[in-house]
Design a protein around this ligand. Structure first.
Ligand SMILES: [Zn+2]
Length: 70
């Protein structure tokens, strides 16, 4: 009698199109949607401090962009 154990593999990250973080520009108030995984990637590059979200600079005016959803 052999029973196979169905081990469910947990996928660490489900790729969802809804996983966007809205960044708003301080200069021109443009709102840009940045994929969460991109934000997390920059977060890891940035001293590994994940409590502080990374900042991006606006492509149209060069001002700093801050996450809207915090
Ligand atoms: Zn801007």
């Amino acid at each position: 009698m052999s029973k196979k154990k169905g081990k469910k593999k947990k996928s660490p990250q489900k790729v969802s199109l809804k996983n966007f973080i809205e960044y708003v520009c301080l200069g021109c108030k443009i709102v840009e949607k940045v994929p969460k995984e991109v934000v997390e990637y920059f977060d890891m590059m940035d001293d590994g401090d994940t409590s502080i979200p990374p900042r991006f600079s606006c492509e149209s005016c060069g001002a700093e962009m801050f996450p809207k959803t915090i």
